[in-house]
Design a binder for this molecule. Structure first.
Ligand code: S3P
Length: 429
């Protein structure tokens, strides 16, 4: 699909629903005993994989207009599925679901997914779940397909090696059915949607600095979840607005939980014009997911350095920081982002090769990249490598380029933001 240089994006657009929160709402819905109504569930390939998975495990899922209603099985009563659970391309599903499955005493479950999923490590969730008493057997000890054998779980204290919301959430879900209070420590703060939703579900959960403690429980009390717009999906629209001269757009319903808005803070430091009320950093756990409107305009940018502790709070938007860096004065450097190598694709290689082919002066480092900016992008062809975020980055690069960009594999965007191309077309017309 080709994206020609745009003359400016303008108008009002509603951010698509949040992928992370949709996965969690469906999973907690399946773990609850009473029906949970999810308003604004994301209808995209990844989150449909989650609905299919919880159905296979015995939850009833009904679509009622825009909403999805899940009637779960309770914490310890997931049904034996007839076949392997297919997580498709969804890393979040693959890492969170085993937390619930590990608590299904005496039953075993096999999970597998697409070719991208098969190169994503699961040893990071296997280790804590094994400590809690479950058995996990993975291909080569660390890749899908893998089998989870449930058990009566022990409460543990566990320090994460990498700041990963997926691994943290997996342990927190398993902890619900353990025999006491479980504590998880993270080396840096990561997104906290699971903690907020558990708090709303009446679970005893509290935070102390980088540690979260969850008390075991018999049931989740969650009757309704409203899913806000996805800050990561909105970031592609924000970047287009900032980079294309003449742009001015309003993005509505954006989730602004501070653990998701690291990208907007980085962009503001680069002098990007993005107005909107972002949630302030909080020490205490909150139950709500705040939303805001973002008012975005084109402007001149300055390079910046993204430090390791900022990385988990902007992890999915770092390809966009590289793209912004191509247009910013001076150098833009991302440090401490080794995790990008194990996303839907190796995103350090994909960003550096992809933007390099469009004319960027960019180089990879072990744990990130460095861009010398100020000259924009010529254009050319970029291969999305089956990765939705690289596909969408390529599209935005095309709008901001001098000669246009052809994206190979634009259909990858369907896993998180199926309406992306039509939203861009409308904003550009
Ligand atoms: C996610 C956490 C992040 C992120 C992913 C979604 C989540 O992964 O990259 O797209 O919903 O918890 P990690 O926890 O592996 O960093």
């Amino acid at each position: 699909m080709r994206f020609e240089p745009a003359r400016g994006l303008s108008g009002v657009v509603r951010a698509p629903s949040d992928k992370s929160i949709s996965h969690r709402a469906a999973l907690l819905g399946a773990m609850a005993s009473e029906p949970v109504r999810i308003e604004g569930y994301l209808h995209a390939a990844d989150t449909h994989s989650t609905l299919a998975a919880v159905r296979a495990l015995g939850a009833l899922v009904e679509e009622r207009g825009e909403d999805v209603v899940v009637r779960g099985t309770g914490l310890r009563e997931a049904r034996d599925p007839e076949a392997t659970i297919d997580v498709g391309n969804a890393g979040t599903l693959m890492r969170l679901l085993p937390g619930w499955l590990a608590a299904q005493d005496g039953r075993s479950f096999t999970l597998d997914g697409d070719s991208s999923i098969r190169r994503r490590p699961v040893d990071r969730i296997a280790e804590p779940l094994i400590q809690m008493g479950a058995t996990i057997e993975a291909r080569d000890g660390r890749f899908p397909p893998f089998e989870v054998q449930g058990a009566r779980l022990r409460a543990i204290s566990y320090e994460l090696e990498v700041a990963s919301a997926q691994v943290k959430s997996c342990v927190l879900l398993a902890a619900l059915a353990a025999d006491g209070a479980t504590t998880v420590g993270e080396p840096a703060r990561s997104r906290d949607h699971t903690e907020r939703m558990l708090l709303r579900a009446g679970v005893g959960i509290h935070r102390n600095g980088h540690h979260v403690t969850v008390v075991n429980t018999d049931e989740l009390l969650l009757d309704r979840v409203t899913v806000p717009g996805d800050a990561s999906s909105a970031a592609f629209l924000v970047t287009a607005g900032v980079l294309v001269p003449g742009s001015r757009l309003l993005i509505q319903n954006v989730g602004v939980n501070w653990t998701r808005t690291g990208f907007l803070r980085i962009l503001r430091r680069m002098q990007g014009i993005v107005l909107g009320d972002l949630e302030e950093e909080t020490g205490d756990l909150l139950a709500e997911e705040p939303i805001s409107e973002l008012d975005v305009a084109h402007g001149v940018l300055e390079g910046t350095v993204v430090e390791p502790e900022e990385v988990p709070l902007a992890i999915d938007e770092l390809p966009l920081v590289a793209l912004l860096g191509c247009f910013a004065e001076g150098e833009t450097v991302v440090r401490g982002a080794h995790e990008l190598r194990v996303k839907e694709s190796d995103r350090i290689a994909g960003v550096v090769d992809g933007l390099g082919a469009l004319g960027a002066d960019i180089e990879a480092t072990d744990e990130g990249f460095a861009v010398r900016g100020g000259r924009g992008l010529r254009g050319g062809t970029i291969d999305a490598r089956g990765d939705h975020r690289l596909a969408m980055m390529g599209a935005v690069a095309g709008l901001a380029s001098r000669e246009g960009v052809e994206v190979i594999g634009m259909d990858a965007a369907a896993v998180s933001y199926p309406g992306f191309v039509s939203d861009l077309e409308r904003l550009c017309s």
